[in-house]
Design a protein around this ligand. Structure first.
Ligand code: CMP
Length: 140
């Protein structure tokens, strides 16, 4: 087991419904530590840059609209196998396909408004953490 860090985003559908604390409890109950956290209104430029990997997808424009439609909470989670563990806790991208007990099953709305984002690899975790946080903002 390796102690890892991963980037998490609590998305606008969840902040709108005041679910930040409820979602954070999923992380902490699974031994993931929130070692950095801030609430932001993403600019269009930030949303487009963060999701640039999806730029050719049909849903890219709508995704950027949605991600700038309200506050997000960006976080660094730390723990053993944090990247895979967080993805397990989140559940499948589409809440309709997510396992019972996962965040997306419990609170996700649809494939776009799926309440949370989590990095999918160590390389992307490092990039995504650096996108939002400087080293001095991360206190493990
Ligand atoms: P996320 O894990 O943040 O990664 C990309 C995001 O795009 C995804 O969560 C959803 O919010 C969104 N997304 C993925 N697939 C679709 C889809 N088929 N239609 C609309 N939005 C999608």
């Amino acid at each position: 087991m390796t102690v890892e860090r991963t980037l998490s985003i609590i998305k606008p559908d969840a902040t709108h419904r005041n679910l930040t604390g409820k979602i954070n409890a999923f992380f902490e109950d699974a031994d993931l530590r929130i070692i950095a956290q801030k609430r932001l209104l993403l600019t269009r430029q930030q949303a487009e840059a963060f999701y640039a990997v999806h730029a050719e997808r049909s849903f890219y424009g709508e995704l950027c609209n949605y991600m700038t439609s309200g506050p997000v909470v960006v976080q660094v989670l730390q723990g053993e196998d944090a990247i895979a563990r967080n993805r397990q806790i989140m559940g499948a991208t589409n809440p309709a396909n997510a396992d019972e007990g996962t965040i997306r099953k419990e609170v996700g709305v649809n494939v776009q408004e799926n309440s949370v984002h989590g990095s999918d690899s160590p390389e992307n975790a490092a990039k995504e953490i650096a996108f939002f946080f400087s080293e001095t903002e991360i206190v493990g």
